[in-house]
Write a protein that binds this ligand. Structure first.
Ligand SMILES: Cc1cc2nc3c(=O)[nH]c(=O)nc-3n(C[C@H](O)[C@H](O)[C@H](O)COP(=O)(O)OP(=O)(O)OC[C@H]3O[C@@H](n4cnc5c(N)ncnc54)[C@H](O)[C@@H]3O)c2cc1C
Length: 215
């Protein structure tokens, strides 16, 4: 039997590669290898934070997503690939031959070498990040202290949207500061979009601090 095309990583890149390949007539067997049980639709993570969407709506299970598409799914993590033998190895101890391999393992949050990032900051990239932020919001609202502040570092699209969402959820229980090392928020956006973002930040009293680099 023909060895499968193996797609490593089930984020947007890997999942949609697998689904597109599955539409081709006479395609070889397809195998997606992804260690998590659920695909996360990351652009909706803010709505999960606020409770506007439930986990099942933005994080469907891979077995449901792939059902009926003729794509196998192995819940595992690839640990090694040998292109000379066309074999890969997984953390779960499997050895798998492939005809082609697609690497779609995405990226992981990076602290840019700033001391203390790992130990003292909170990311916004996963379901567990959302749970931790929800707990922090609850704590800030339930035990109000004078001059409570929460800082969002980076005023790109994610930073601006998260700062607005936090301000909505905190309802004045803490000041939200948005720190940006450059001269303005959304540095790569069109002027119209930047103005809209500035208005949204102002409406919520989010303090945007430009030329403010975290060292
Ligand atoms: C809060 C938030 C909002 C966003 N909003 C937008 C938006 O509105 N518009 C937009 O265009 N982009 C947005 N993005 C960015 C977008 O989500 C990413 O660009 C996209 O997820 C990248 O897809 P990817 O498949 O390359 O990687 P990822 O989504 O990171 O997926 C990689 C996958 O590979 C798996 N993996 C890693 N290592 C291995 C291994 N060794 N073996 C097997 N599997 C492995 C991981 O578990 C993961 O599931 C947002 C991101 C965030 C965090």
């Amino acid at each position: 039997m023909l060895a499968p095309i193996v797609i490593v990583g089930g984020g947007f890149g890997g999942l949609y590669t697998a689904l597109e390949l599955a539409k081709r007539p006479n395609h070889p067997p397809l195998l997606l290898i992804e260690p998590n049980g659920r695909f996360i639709f990351l652009p909706f993570l803010y709505e999960l934070l606020s409770g506007e969407l439930a986990q099942w709506q933005l994080a469907p299970r891979y077995d449901n997503l792939l059902a009926g598409h003729g794509i196998g799914w192995l819940k595992d993590r690839v640990s090694q690939i040998n292109p000379e033998t066309s074999k890969l190895y997984t953390a779960g101890g499997k050895e798998i031959s492939y005809s082609r391999v697609v690497i779609a393992t995405g990226s992981t949050p990076f602290g840019f070498g700033v001391p203390g990032v790992q130990a003292h900051t909170q990311g916004f990239h996963s379901l567990s990040d959302v749970e931790r932020l929800q707990a922090l919001i609850k704590q800030l609202k339930n035990q109000p202290q004078p001059l409570q502040k929460i800082a969002v570092v980076g005023a790109g699209p994610c930073g601006v949207e998260l700062a607005c969402k936090l301000a909505d959820l905190l309802q004045g229980a803490a000041v939200v500061e948005l720190l940006e090392k450059g001269p303005q928020c959304l540095p790569n956006a069109k002027a119209f979009n930047r103005n809209q973002a500035l208005q949204a930040l102002q409406r919520r009293d989010v303090r945007l601090r430009c030329h403010c680099q975290v060292l």
